[in-house]
Design a protein around this ligand. Sequence first.
Ligand SMILES: N[C@@H](CCC(=O)N[C@@H](CS)C(=O)NCC(=O)O)C(=O)O
Length: 257
Amino acid sequence: MPLIAYSEVKGPLTLDHFFESFRLPTLKSAHKGSGMRLLYHLWLSPFSRKVRITLGEKRVDFEMKAENVWRRREEFLALNPMGEVPVLVEADGTALSGSQVICEFLDELNPDPPLLGRHPLQRAEVRRLIDWFDRKFNAEVTEKLVGEKFMKRFLGLGEPNSAEVRAGHANIHAHLDYISYLVERRKWLAGEDLSLADIAAAAHLSTIDYIGDVPWQNHEPAKEWYARIKSRPSFRPLLGDHIPSAPPPKHYANLDF
Ligand SMILES: N[C@@H](CCC(=O)N[C@@H](CS)C(=O)NCC(=O)O)C(=O)O
């Protein structure tokens, strides 16, 4: 059965067809109507963590369910045909996919405090840095360290590629230097207020910190910034994460690390 009604439309499109075609997917299981939002996630997914922190900053209650994305469950694919986490299911069963889509939705739904910035230029800077961390940092560091050292083993895809891991270890220094550069000039990464740029950056770094691979000792201003975000109530639940087969190092949950 097609996931989007558009392919079933016969004849000319009417406005009704249009709305029917572009309706968001909905969850049809027992959760629907439970009154609580549900976040499908993976424990070391930076994009899921970005949404978890944002939900915390917005003081939105939610439940979580780890989704083994590699199983390609039908019910999950019906929610997000890309087969990726995060997916946020609203209390009425409507599903939203993609961390940026979900975070912007939450920011619009609950604008106080604004996490994208108050003015167009601020928002442009927040978005530039989100793109930096979700695309550049993710490719140059997260995938080379967490992807190779953790996810590959977890999924039974073989041993980490040592050249990739070496590149990840080398690349992280330039990114930590950039964070230091920014917070020596601004209070938070994109300006005077905490924003989704800080949340995206911290979400990625938190997964690398979980595997003990962030060289904090050589990057004091970045460490001070991370300590500030780490001590926020929205971050607290992440510090309690514990994967039994791969526990975090001791410093992971310490606010003074
Ligand atoms: N652009 C997406 C990326 C999401 C993503 O890459 N999710 C990964 C986990 S970190 C995933 O679910 N991968 C499963 C797959 O590729 O099959 C977002 O911002 O949410």
